[in-house]
Every structure is written in C-alpha cells, then in structure tokens.
Write a new protein. Structure first.
Ligand SMILES: *[C@@H]1O[C@H](CO)[C@@H](O)[C@H](O)[C@H]1NC(C)=O
Ligand SMILES: *[C@@H]1O[C@H](CO)[C@@H](O)[C@H](O)[C@H]1NC(C)=O
Ligand SMILES: *[C@@H]1O[C@H](CO)[C@@H](O)[C@H](O)[C@H]1NC(C)=O
Ligand SMILES: *[C@@H]1O[C@H](CO)[C@@H](O)[C@H](O)[C@H]1NC(C)=O
Length: 960
C-alpha cells in the first residue's frame, strides 16, 4: 500500500476511534443528565456535546472533570459514571438531593484524583471497588449516610492525601493489612484520617500506626472504639491533631504519648481511660488539651501544668486531680480557658500576680478550695461554686455564682457604612449592599483557641478568605462571618456568607466554583483554625441564565471547551484560575425585580374581606403556570401535607431548589386573610430558626406560598418515629433551644413583634442538620404600637397547645406562645401527643413527677428513645422550665428570652456550648393581670375536643 494511503487510513482510524470514545463520554453524560432530570444547569439542554455543558471540563474532547457542587441535583449516581474513563475530578458536594448508593462502577474511573461528595445523601456501603482508584488524592465522603464498614481496599490508594469519612453511619473496625488484605496502615502518604462521628467499633488496631506514616490529623472522635490506645501511636511523630474523644477507650494512656511533640491539639476526653494522668512533659507546642471525664486514678497536679508554654486551653473536668494549683499555670502567656471542675483541687487558689492577659474563664466548681489569694482583685471569669470557700453562709463573692459573663458573640461588622434594609432573602453585605450571599458554615474540628469572642481571629480568617478570592480573581464583594459556637462534638462552628460583587446574586459558574474550593480544601485557613469542613446551604437565587438563541453557542460553553483544551495535564490550580478569570456576571437588571414586587397584587381586591394589598419587603412572585410546572401539575405524589387551609406540595424550581408550596383552598376568605398575614409577616422576618419564604403566587384565583423545603419534616414526625431520625437528649435540647430562639426573635426582635399563635411540634421543622425552624404563620398576629401588650381576638390555635388564659379571655399575649412552647417541651421529652386518649400531657407529667427522685421519677412517661437515664443530664431543669411555661396565668410564665437563657444554661450544664445568638431580653412584659378564667383543660369533657368537633379554625393544621 502507498505509504500516504496507509497514513490516511491510520488518521481515519484514529479519528473513528476518537469519535467513538467521545460518543462513549457523550452517552455517559446523557445518562447522568437523565438521572438528574430537570435539575441540571440549563446549558445541559443545548446540544449533545457534554464539553459545552456547564460544570463539565474536557481535555482533548474527553470529559475529565465534573464540578457540580451546590447545584441542587436530585437523583442518584448511575453506573454510567463508570463510562467516563478519563475523569479525574468528580465534585458533587452539597447536593442533599443526591441519594441511593455509590455505584461500584465508580471503581472504573482509574484516573480519578479527587472524589468530593461532601454533604450529599448517599447511603449504603462504600463500594470495595473504590480501592481501584489508584490515582486518588482526595477522598471526601463526609456528611452522607453511608453504612457498613470501611472497605480495606482503601489501603491500596497509595497517593491518598486526604481521607474524610466523617459523619456517616459506618460500623465495624478499622481495617489494617494482613497477608494480602490491604488496610489503612498502608496509607503512608496520607496526612488526614478523618473518621469521626460514625459508629466504628472494636480496638484501634496497633498495626494501624507505624513510623513511616506522615499523618498530621487523626480524627477518630465520637465513635464506639473500645480497648486501649495503642502505644504505636507514639511512633507517628508527625501528628499535630489527635482526637480520640467521645469513645469508650479504656486502659492507660501509652507512656510515649509525649513523644508526639508536634501535637498542638489533643482530645482524649469522654472515654474510660484509667491509670495515672498521662505525663505530657515536653509537648511544648500543645495549645488545646482536653482530658475531661475519664477514670484516672487519683493524681497530684502534674508538673507539666506549669510548663506547657503554648497552652490556650486546659480541660480536665472530672479527672480525679488533687492538690493545690500552681500559680504558674495561670501565668502561661496564651492561656484562655481552664476547666478543672469536679476534681479534688484544694488549698488556696492563687492565680499569680501576672495571670495571662487572655485568661477568660476558670471553672473550678466542685472542688475543695478554701481560699482565694486574689479574692478582692481579679478580672477573670472565675467559678468556685460548690467549693468550701462558697459554702460558708453569707458568702456573696461573684465567683460563687454560676452567672459569669462570657461574651462569645462575633459578627463581621459593616465596613464604615450603614447596613441597607433589604428584601426577602437579600442580606446587607459588610459593604452595605443588598445581595443574595452564598451561605454555609465552617466546622473547625480542632482550632488552637477556645475563647470564642476574639474578633481578631475571625477577622484574620475573613481577610484570608478575601485574599484567596482576590488572588483567584473571583468577584466577591465581601465575606461575613458570624455566630461562632462550640457544638456537641466540641467543634467550632462559624457561619459564612459570601457576597457577590456587582450583581445581586452569583450565577451558576460562581456557585460551583465556590462550592468546589470550599469542599476540596483548596482554600486553606491559617494554622490557628487547622482543617475545616464547609457545609453549604442551598443557593436559591442563581442569577438568571441568558437565554441562548438556537444555533449560537453559549459563551461559557465555549469557555469550558477552551479551558479543557488548554488544561492538558490537568493542573487544577490553572483550571480554577481560568474558571475564575472568565467568571462573568452576564445578566443585568436584576435589581429592578425587587422593586416591582407590588405588581403581582394588581388584582388584589380589598373589598373581598382580605384587607389592603399585602405589603411586601421582597419575596418573589410566581405565576400559576410556573408552580404548576414545578409540582408536575400539582400531582398527588407531590402532596406532603394537608390541612383546613389547603394542600401542601413539594416541588422543585428549575434550578433544582426544593420548595414547599402551600396552596389555599379556592374561594376561602379565611385563606385570603391568612395568606396575606403570612406573606406580610414572613417577608419581614429573617432568622436561622424561622422558615424562609421564597415567594408566593396570586394568580388565576389561586393563593400559594412558596417556602424553602425543609428536608427532615416536622418535629412531630421525628418524635413519632415516622421520619426515622432518632432524637437523643442532646438533639432534643438543641431543637428546643433553636425553636425557642426563633420564637424569641418573633417576640423581641421582629418589627412589629409577632405572636405566632400556633406553636406546636407540627409547626417546627427540622432541616438537614436538625436545626429547628418555626413555621406556619397563618394564624400569627403582629403587635401594633397601639396594642403593645396584647390583642383581643377570636380564639384560634390548636387544642392541647392553646393557652387556657387566652382561651378564656380572648386576649392574646406573647405568653400564649410561651404556654404552647411549654407543651412542646413536654412533648419533646415524652413524645406523647398533648392530648392522647383523653389524657393531657401537662397533667400527666405533673402527676408522674416526684422531685425527690432522680429525673424526678419520670422514667415512665419519658420517651424511651431519648437515651439512657444516666445520659439525661439537665432533664430536671428542662422539666422545671417547661412547667413554668405552662403556668395557668401568663404573668407567672417566663418570657421567651428567659426560656432561651434557661435552655442555654442547660446546654452548658451538659457540657455544650449553646451558641451565641442574642438572648438579650428586650421584651417588656405582656401579662394580663388578675383575669378570672376557667382553664379549658380543667374539665375532662373538654378534652374530647381533640376528636372531631372542633370549629374549623381550631382544627389541627398540618404545617406550611
Ligand atoms: C514537626 O513540625 C516541624 C515544623 O512544622 C517540622 O519541620 C517537623 O518535620 C515535624 N516533625 C515531624 C516528626 O514530622
Ligand atoms: C520518640 O521519637 C524519637 C524520634 O522522634 C524516636 O527516636 C524515639 O525512639 C521515640 N521514643 C519512643 C519511646 O517511642
Ligand atoms: C515525665 O516525663 C519527663 C520526660 O519524659 C520525665 O523527665 C519526668 O520524670 C516524667 N515525670 C513523671 C512524673 O513521670
Ligand atoms: C457583660 O459583658 C458585656 C459585654 O462585654 C458588658 O457590657 C457588661 O458590662 C458585662 N456585664 C457584667 C455584669 O460584667
């Protein structure tokens, strides 16, 4: 054959081969698109070449990278993903609608380097085939619902740097190599083992650790590990963070633990460790140490107490320490926080003449301290309750009371400007511009500090974020950080808002970039914070896509191809910079949208009995046709609730955001009024613990309200076991506090103040993190200036939760909500309906109660799933608060601000930081004095109201 012909044949052959390969990619991407029907970016509907689709990067016309974080994808991950053999990066984080198992076909992606699926809802076992991904560097499967054990094959991932399986439901023990079976001990390049918040059990195998490892973070907290800490741990001298807390570890702490001289944060707390308190001499970089709640033998105060020069935090509550504290401890230069409560510290407390300037809190309650050298002059928050020094009669020293003032709140301040007042969902940025921020929270698992109110530290984090965005040429106007608190696992949680520059909202490219850099550890905070996990909330307000005329190609699609072509070799940073560089806000004129809000009400008829045109501050208007489409023609399968008001449907916006639509029954004026009340009120309130209104529809004679969809449904569903979410005592406490804060916000901070009037477990929703959100404002009443104390109104609400005083007097006060909330609190611990088989919960609890017994002798009425009785710390106090809330007269009930404070104190009692939302009491009291009433619950016959004959407005309503 002529050589030219031969060459031609070869070229044609190669082209056919390339075309076939491209076809394979195209078919696989088509399958993904079908799996995520209606939830992929609009550009996915333009043409069949996936290289033009948003979030898809091609190299040499092959799909090599998929970035779709925060895209509200719904569906599963089909096995077709395995048909993308060139794929290197698969980043699908923050898509809680992604469910089902992780397909074993994932193992075919032999070139994959990053598998980042943070905060989705994948379940089932992690497939063993994951061990075939020999190039994998980052494996982040955290915050999903994986079950089963850790596949030993992960040990084959020789290049793995980051292994994060935190916050799943993994069981079994940690696999280590044996014969030909691989194990995690083979991961000598890995720097991060993050396995916390699972149900892993068995011993921590000694073979897991060896001196060839390069681990810096070992996070095994909140599992069910037993046995002793292997002494081989002392061989991994590269370690910087060690968290083995909240397990059931026993035995001695290995003597060579202090060989880990690079460790800066160590948590061994909440185990059953025995033997002597470990000798930590020489761990001179240690910042944060928590050894609390173990079973050490009685030990004298160790000498290293005064030598660990970097210490910021020393927590050794309940560790059997005895003897006098050295003054030198308090003079450690960086010391912020000491908790040595519940020990046998004795003698005279001397904090020295020159205590650390950062020292904020010293908790020494329940010790044997008899005197305090600096009794007259000290500035630290000192607690000596339950020491002999405080038990003499007549002692009034401040340190003998629990109420020490620790300020822990932080919020990025406006940048020399006055915050703008913005419409619904819009937030005033630190530069005082209204915009839709990308919101989520950072979870820092081992920060070096413990004082939460230190603005300098957060400002430095803010600045490093801004520097990162600027370097990436990413158009961010500003970032805001707020509400730091320590959660149940002693993680530092911090809210983040990222504001777009130049436009009201980010477009999709912007969001997927943000979602990626924050889920892939691309952004690195300063050493103080150590590593983080970022969990994003749904971004509901993408900048609208420019409609693309047929035949024309979308600009961003071209860009993707170009990026793909130049990025051969796949240096990620280059690609990220490129994405960021071309990141452009295309759509103008969004700002007008917010100002045209009143137009949808052109047809509002004030004479219909519904009052004047609703006054809105933002909230989006939908047409009937739109909502019809989003709910598949209001199909029955989308019904998620029903009540006297009408139906509630689930739907999804074209951008994939899940919504809940409350559709009023047609022709009901009652509905009209409620509709108006609800949009007016809700469009004004913005609080983490109050459900957010997205928009409404007043069209075709329909009245519909569109809310954010709260995935975990009502608190009632969870309490009744319907939702499958187990609520232990700590979760219930958190939920109670969240709901209380939501109500307090309505009472004290909303303008005008709002009385909810229908507080019940059906109207408290739980989001994916079990954050409580107060919902359903259909019956709510604002307090006008003229009616600052109460409104007289027809009695409405739900039997069982209703304030008897209001019922009798028709005078509605904030204390009516307090009553209902008290019932909710009782329901929280008993999981019983307020009125069940003719029994009223308040009376049942009071009757079963015996204050002289542990847990007030309430075992019989407590919900068995709340946890073991030895884990119900603070329950008595919780019952006390709830019973004060259900006092028969309003003026005997505490205001919500007081309830919030009490719940925060209970949280502290159980060892949790309650967070830092304002609990300041700005409320006046709204009592109605000296009313002569008849308690509706005092008469058993009334209890049958729970049956069928309630007037319509008293019928229990489903939420939304
Ligand atoms: C300890 O940290 C220092 C400074 O980061 C580092 O140079 C050193 O290699 C670390 N030691 C080990 C054993 O990794
Ligand atoms: C402590 O670490 C050093 C190296 O950093 C090593 O030589 C020594 O053997 C270790 N000691 C123990 C008791 O593990
Ligand atoms: C603690 O360890 C240091 C250094 O390893 C040693 O010098 C000291 O004697 C030990 N202290 C006790 C009480 O064992
Ligand atoms: C509590 O802290 C706040 C804020 O730092 C301060 O203004 C107030 O004076 C403190 N109150 C007491 C009683 O120390």
């Amino acid at each position: 054959m002529d050589s030219r012909i031969r060459q031609l044949v070869v070229i044609i052959f190669i082209q056919i081969w390339i075309a076939a390969a491209q076809n394979q990619d195209s078919a696989a991407m088509q399958a993904l698109k079908e799996a995520w029907q209606n939830t992929t970016p609009p550009s996915w509907n333009e043409g069949s070449d996936p290289c033009g689709w948003e979030g898809i990067i091609c190299t040499n016309f092959r799909v090599t990278q998929i970035y779709l974080p925060s895209m509200q994808l719904i569906g599963g991950l089909p096995g077709d993903i395995g048909q993308l053999p060139e794929l290197q990066i698969l980043a699908l984080s923050y898509n809680p609608g992604l469910t089902g198992s992780l397909t074993p076909a994932i193992g075919k992606l032999s070139k994959l380097t990053n598998l980042v699926l943070v905060g989705c809802s994948f379940s089932g076992p992690i497939p063993d085939t994951i061990g075939n991904l020999k190039q994998l560097v980052i494996l982040s499967l955290n915050a999903n619902r994986f079950t089963g054990s850790i596949p030993p094959s992960i040990g084959n991932l020789k290049h793995l740097y980051w292994l994060d399986l935190t916050e799943n439901q993994l069981t079994g023990s940690i696999p280590v190599s044996k014969g030909t079976t691989p194990g995690l001990d083979m991961l000598t390049h890995a720097k991060h083992f993050h396995l916390g918040d699972n149900q892993l059990s068995g011993n921590i195998p000694p073979q897991l650790f060896n001196s060839n490892m390069s681990l810096i973070h070992l996070l095994f907290e909140s599992n069910k590990f037993t046995g002793s800490i292997p002494s081989t741990l002392g061989l991994v001298t590269s370690l910087e963070v060690v968290r083995l807390d909240r397990n059931s570890l026993t035995g001695n702490v290995p003597a060579n633990i202090n060989n880990l001289t690079n460790v800066t944060e160590m948590f061994l707390s909440y185990n059953q460790l025995t033997g002597n308190v470990p000798n930590l001499t020489g761990m001179n970089l240690l910042n944060y140490l928590d050894l609390s709640n173990n079973k050490f033998s009685p030990s004298d105060i160790p000498s290293w107490f005064s030598t660990l020069q970097s210490l910021t935090t020393l927590k050794m509550k309940n560790t059997n320490l005895r003897g006098e504290l050295p003054a030198a401890l308090f003079e450690l230069p960086q010391l912020q926080n000491v908790d040595l409560s519940d020990n046998q510290v004795d003698g005279t407390l001397n904090i020295g003449s020159n205590p650390s300037s950062q020292l904020q809190r010293v908790d020494l309650q329940m010790n044997n301290i008899v005197d305090f050298t600096q009794r007259l002059h000290y500035t630290i928050g000192l607690i000596l309750v339950n020491n002999p020094i405080c038990t003499e009669s007549g002692v009034t020293d401040k340190f003998c009371s629990l109420l020490t003032n620790t300020t822990t709140s932080y919020s990025t301040l406006p940048n020399n400007c006055i915050p703008a007042s913005c419409g619904a969902g819009l937030v005033s940025s630190p530069n005082c511009k209204c915009a839709f921020p990308y919101v989520g929270f950072f979870i820092f698992k081992a920060p070096s500090f413990s004082s939460l109110g230190n603005a300098t530290i957060y400002n430095s984090l803010r600045d490093s974020l801004m520097t990162f965005f600027r370097k990436s040429q990413f158009p961010v106007d500003s970032v805001s950080l707020m509400n730091p608190y320590r959660n149940l696992d002693d993680y530092l949680v911090l809210n983040l808002e990222v504001f777009p520059s130049g436009e009201l909202s980010f477009n999709r490219t912007g969001i997927l970039w943000l979602g990626f850099v924050l889920s892939n550890q691309t952004f690195k905070p300063s050493k103080n914070f150590n590593t983080y996990v970022f969990i994003a909330q749904n971004y509901a307000n993408f900048l609208a896509e420019v409609p693309v005329a047929k035949g024309k190609t979308n600009k961003s699609s071209n860009t993707a191809v170009i990026i793909g072509s130049i990025a051969i070799g796949g240096c990620m940073l280059v690609i990220l910079l490129a994405i960021a560089g071309v990141y452009a806000f295309r759509q103008k004129g969004q700002a007008q949208r917010a100002t045209q809000q009143s137009l949808p009400f052109a047809l509002w008829d004030p004479t219909s009995g519904s009052g004047d045109v609703p006054q809105l501050k933002g909230a989006r208007s939908f047409t009937f046709e739109e909502l019809k489409k989003y709910t598949s023609n209001f199909s029955e399968i989308n019904i998620i609730g029903a009540g006297g008001y009408g139906m509630v449907y689930r739907g999804s916006l074209p951008n994939g955001q899940l919504i809940a639509i409350k559709r009023a029954q047609q022709g009901s004026t009652q509905g009209g009024l409620e509709f108006k009340t609800e949009i007016e009120l809700l469009s004004r309130v913005h609080h983490k613990n109050v459900v957010a209104l997205i928009g409404f529809c007043f069209d075709h004679g329909e009245q519909m309200l569109v809310y954010e969809y709260i995935v975990n449904g009502t608190l009632k569903d969870s309490l009744s076991g319907r939702s499958g979410i187990r609520l232990d005592w700590l979760r219930r406490l958190k939920i109670a506090l969240g709901a209380a804060r939501g109500l307090q916000y309505l009472h004290d901070l909303a303008d005008p103040p709002i009385i909810h009037r229908d507080v019940k477990t059906n109207n408290i929703l739980l989001d994916e993190r079990l954050v409580a959100k107060v919902s359903d404002f259909g019956l709510s009443k604002p307090l006008s200036d003229a009616n600052r104390t109460h409104v007289t109104t027809q009695v409405k609400g739900t039997m069982g939760y209703m304030d008897p005083e209001y019922y009798m007097t028709q005078q509605l006060t904030e204390k009516s909500d307090v009553y209902s909330f008290g019932v909710v609190m009782l329901e929280l611990i008993t999981a019983r309906n307020p009125i069940e088989k003719g029994k009223y919960i308040v009376r049942e609890v009071k009757q079963a109660m015996n204050k002289s017994k542990p847990l007030y002798g309430l075992h019989e009425v407590l919900d068995p799933t709340i946890g073991l009785s030895n884990q119900l710390k603070g329950l008595e106090r919780f019952v006390d608060v709830s019973l004060r809330c259900v006092e028969v007269t309003g003026n005997q009930r505490p205001p919500m601000s007081q309830v919030v404070k009490e719940l925060e104190m209970i949280m502290e009692l159980v060892g949790l930081n309650p967070g830092t939302e304002s609990s300041s009491s700005t409320s006046a009291s709204y009592e109605v004095m000296g009313v002569d009433y008849n308690d509706p619950y005092s008469n058993d016959s009334l209890l049958s109201y729970n049956g069928g004959f309630l007037p319509p407005e008293l019928q229990p309503k489903e939420n939304y």
